[in-house]
Design a protein around this ligand. Structure first.
Ligand SMILES: C[S@@+](CC[C@H](N)C(=O)[O-])C[C@H]1O[C@@H](n2cnc3c(N)ncnc32)[C@H](O)[C@@H]1O
Length: 474
């Protein structure tokens, strides 16, 4: 038993590996975490819980024959798993100064837990991002960065609540339903046990509040899509997003006849979705192959076959240039009312080992966007990638109407066992010029789970994508 990571069979292990889950009951949620991260009982090694569900944790540990402690002051030698549960401590009523105090407390707790935490074992922190008044505070991202100077950040899971939260009151963009973050940190060969303050400022945009939004089709904090199967030309692209997603966001953030823009158009999903909803679709795409597909798809939509000729009453405009997004100038497009886009997820498509890549190779399909060095998917240095990507967005902001919105679909990335929180890092940079709004999760449930780390450690299957939302200030 000593070397086993936990007591679970593969039947219980696999479902836990999905990076998002339905939060149904507190009991189920805590039981799943405690069972996953604790080994069979060992002398004087405990599970430590710090939060408001003490009685429940006691009951769960007893039922599962696990030694536990509800405070760090008790007498025990070693910790095999610790939970710091901030869900009742940080709420939408918490202000930023209160949060800073809570954060100092959490850092001290983590430092003291570190001393007794066994090698390669985990601390979980459960926390929400909050909105108070018209400001949005990504506290989970901030805390994750701070704690990752002490321990190695390994993963995150998104708890998706099915009920519409009642205590969210705001005049700005507030999606329905609710989520919270489960952050997972490990003590291992890469963690140092010492705290250094993070240089990233996640609260830059909060000096400006988001203006109230007049659109009414509020989208949920998280959603699952059942997209139409991809057509022959669409499958040629390694990472297309579904038009169902495009339509949802365009409905939320634009009005009829608005101009929607995507600097990295791929197969033209953004423009097709825009035209379906009587908006105009504009954009650029670096690859001439994909720009061709995007233009063909749009042309077919605008000029349907003879029998459908009278189906489209309001002909919409589209223009997709085969161009490096870095070279967009003011003269290329009219004023833009909304940007919806998804960048290359760093150079992940060049990692041939990924499961999806193997499948595409087998089918004789292209696995990356291009070999072009101007293609951001070929930039191998993470910081350079971030810089170049944000420079593209900063350039496009100049074409956008003040007060208009932007949505970027992106993922946090795990590469060679290391965590690169691309969604959080990008948001932090973009806040220099944009107001951050609540993020929305696209949760995928149509991909089969791979047993990464089975029997050894915790590695999730990342099945959630961030839809990051921003507003251009007036
Ligand atoms: C994630 S894909 C976008 C897919 C698109 N949303 C769709 O549904 O088809 C990213 C796209 O960015 C393009 N790209 C990469 N670097 C670029 C650059 N410098 N300028 C313009 N497009 C670029 C790639 O060719 C790729 O098609």
């Amino acid at each position: 038993m000593k070397n086993k990571f936990n007591r679970l069979t593969s039947k219980e292990w696999l479902p836990f590996q999905k990076s998002w889950f339905y939060y149904d009951t507190e009991q189920k949620f805590l039981t799943e975490n405690i069972r996953f991260f604790s080994k069979a009982e060992e002398d004087n090694s405990i599970v430590l819980y710090d939060g408001n569900s003490n009685e429940l944790v006691q009951q769960i540990c007893k039922e599962n024959n696990i030694k536990y402690a509800l405070s760090n002051k008790q007498d025990f030698e070693r910790i095999q798993y610790a939970i710091i549960d901030l869900r009742e401590i940080i709420t939408n009523e918490t202000n930023i100064d209160d949060y800073r105090k809570v954060k100092q407390g959490v850092i001290s707790k983590v430092l003291s837990i570190y001393q007794k935490l066994e090698h390669r074992r985990f601390i979980s922190i459960f926390i929400k991002n909050i909105q108070s008044d018209s400001h949005y505070y990504p506290l989970a991202w901030d805390l994750a960065k701070e704690i990752s100077s002490i321990l190695t950040i390994k993963d995150e899971k998104i708890a998706c609540l099915r009920e519409v939260s009642e205590n969210i009151a705001s005049s700005s963009f507030v999606p329905k339903k609710d989520v919270f973050y489960c952050l997972y940190f490990r003590k291992d060969e890469n963690s140092c046990g010492e705290y250094t303050s993070s240089e990233i400022d996640f609260f830059k945009s909060n000096s400006q509040s988001a203006s109230s939004i007049i659109f009414e089709n509020h989208i949920p904090f998280w959603f699952i899509l059942k997209p139409q199967p991809r057509k022959k030309d669409e499958i040629l692209h390694p990472a297309k997003y579904p038009e169902e997603l495009v339509e949802m966001f365009i409905n939320e953030f634009t009005r009829e006849n608005d101009n929607v823009f995507d600097p990295m158009s791929g197969t033209g999903s953004t423009q097709i979705g825009a035209m379906k909803l009587k908006r105009n679709g504009y954009g650029t795409e670096l690859s001439d192959f994909f720009a061709g597909i995007a233009n063909n798809r749009c042309n077919q939509y605008i000029n349907p076959s003879q029998k459908d000729l009278f189906a489209l009453e309001n002909r919409q405009m589209f223009k997709i240039l085969n161009k490096d997004a870095r070279m967009i100038t003011n003269g290329d497009f009219p004023e833009i009312h909304y940007m919806l886009t998804s960048p290359p997820y760093w150079d992940m498509l060049n990692m041939k080992g990924a499961e999806n890549q193997a499948k595409r190779i087998k089918l004789g399909l292209q696995t990356n966007y291009s070999e072009d060095e101007k293609d951001l998917g070929n930039v191998s240095d993470y910081n350079r990638f971030l810089e170049e990507l944000s420079a593209i967005y900063f350039n496009i902001i100049k074409l956008m109407k003040p007060g208009s919105y932007l949505t970027i679909v992106v993922k946090n990335i795990k590469k060679k066992g290391k965590n690169y929180p691309l969604a959080w890092d990008l948001s932090a940079i973009l806040q220099e010029k944009l107001i951050l709004l609540p993020e929305v999760f696209w949760c995928q449930d149509d991909i089969s789970i791979a047993p990464y780390g089975y029997g050894n450690t915790w590695v999730s299957n990342t099945f959630h994508q961030y839809c990051l939302n921003f507003q251009k200030p007036y």
